[in-house]
Design a protein around this ligand. Sequence first.
Ligand SMILES: [Zn+2]
Length: 485
Amino acid sequence: MQREMLVLLSSLLLVPISHHALVVGQNLLQNGDFNDGLAHWNPGILDPGSVTGYPKWGTRVYQFRGDPSAFLDAPGGAFAFLDSDFFLLPHPGILTATMWGNHDPVVLGVQVRIEAGPIYVLDSFDPPKTEFGQNPVTREYTLGPELVGKSIAIRLLCRSEPVYFVGTFCNFDDVSVTSESVATSTAGPSAEYPILHGQYVDIDWSKFHDQPEVAAWAKATADAQYQYLAGAQGVPSQHIRRSLIHLDTGIGGWAGGGEVEVRVDWFFGLNLASPPESGPSASMSQRDYSLQRLDAELYHEIAHNMAVVARQGYRPSWFTEALGTWAQSSVSQDGAYTRVRAQMEDVFWTDAAYDNPDPFAGYGKGALFLWWLVGRFGIGGLHTMVSQCYGYEEPWISEQDIDERGFLPWTHMTRDQLSRGFYDSVRSGWRVDIRLVVNEQHVPEFAGSPVFTVALLMTLVICRLAITKPVFRRGGMRDKPVPPR
Ligand SMILES: [Zn+2]
């Protein structure tokens, strides 16, 4: 969806995963610290590149680390890997690795191989370069339920473009796999789709194979914000589902069943929308404003799609749409592709929700209601409700459930009472300060402790933010495209 709500984008930061409840176990990988050379690691070549005698591999001791680490050196277009020995993954787990480059750009890859099975791509990136004073990066990846009980190996890869020859290293240290306890891994429903961290988005290029700009946008914006959106919604890392994104002409989008469709007319100069007359976007060019809407659209659909959804349960669209719209509006960074600043459309959100007769303004009202709740009662209760809605805690079966297990434990009030309070607040001039709430509630760690516990004066007006038609489509909800205003 994406109506008159704005929002923005993102940056390329990778947010550390902080949601897994790990019972710390032993490292299932042997010699993951490489203190025993490359024992239990098996190198191989995928492309020799143009330099005789390369690619190379081994271990070395960098002064700034003081103990051995592994390297792959892949100049001139070479492509090499290190495979760990196979091992059994008893429960969902976490793979951790510390990685860095030296001088020239490389593509460092992290994958999981299933013995006699497929390879899963967890990550692919140009690592920080220590010769330019940058620090190694430590990343975590979830090894999800689809890998449990299987014999797997970790594959570390390195390649370069043919034009690079200087210090084309990928370095690895402290690679570990720890498996979660049974207690934390049995809570979720069975996954219908692959759930993995690192590379979150596959894109179907069938229509846009000749449009590299579209490809660059989709890749940069989607992967960049995936973890942010998951964190904002409190989706546990082991339940994050990858998305296959389809791009098409037109506007709007939908999500469901592990797939996301986003219409990208804006890239072709079609259906450009004018910025609103007031608010931070007022001075934007039509092009920038339209790209901003496109980014918001993508985030909204991904927010719908990323959670594993139980087959059973009650998921009203007033909640799922409010949540998707709230999540998209919480993205506060510049766009990865557009570099357009979101400006957090505080005024816009509030005004649009109450001035606009468009039925889809209900999405904006719902999002605003969530902002109002999070600002007053903290984000923890919302995360609990997300878990219930998507069924990785016990799913809802009725509106009554939503009050009894959602709103009441969180706020000590029912949805009706809260709706009246919310409506009153807005009528008395309350305007959300999204940036403030984001900063206090869930950036950068999404920890979500209650900040405001302001008591509310309740009166009596029914909240009309709801589109209460229950949505019960396996895995997601569909959003109709609507014309720009
Ligand atoms: Zn939606």
